[in-house]
Design a protein around this ligand. Sequence first.
Ligand code: 5SP
Length: 228
Amino acid sequence: MTFDRRLKIAPSILSADFAALGAECRAVEEQGADWVHVDVMDGAFVPNLTFGAVAAKAMRPHIRGVMDVHLMVARPDDWIADFVAAGADFITIHPESGPHTHRTLQSIRKAGVKAGLALNPGTGLDGLEWLLDDIDLICVMSVNPGFGGQSFIPSALPKIAAIRNLIADRPIHIEVDGGVVPQNAGAIVAAGADVLVAGSAVFKGGSLAAPDVYGRNIAALRAGAAAG
Ligand SMILES: O=C(CO)[C@@H](O)[C@H](O)COP(=O)(O)O
């Protein structure tokens, strides 16, 4: 996979119909999504429980492009091999989930998968510079992880800009996750992000019976990003 700095819209499958995840993955891709963002929550690191690698593996054949797995789990090392086997293209972990972030990132890359680091709203950039050689993606959480439908936390914007400044020309994606809507997409992209994760803003008003709504919502995010 060559590095592509252009804007990517990554619908968060958390807002999809869980009874039809494969069809939902196909529908958002057909409607213009670039990546599919898969939210894995364990009920321990975050106060919500979604699904594990078995469900991700079942989704994989329905995703033609990038499967972007976000592990919101307490012990990511226990699960990396399963998500590699499930076919993840990116596996993103949290530094707040354990003391050996560098080792965990290395183990993801060693398995042939791109490694991501997600930063909670209250987590600073201390030590990030020492991880840059081992990172393919930095995910700025613009809500506290656990639930879809929350409001964007504005302090994410200067954080994105600081990360953009820090990584300079390195081939590292800056992804923003939580409360992304057309109205703030421009400011997020102007601050330096290239991947917009959006759950509610993509799935709202749509369904598998009306997937064109997903397409219109994705187009609105792109238009918002371009207007910024
Ligand atoms: O990981 C998370 C929440 O923990 C996100 O992926 C949200 O699911 C995004 O949802 P919206 O804020 O866009 O509704």
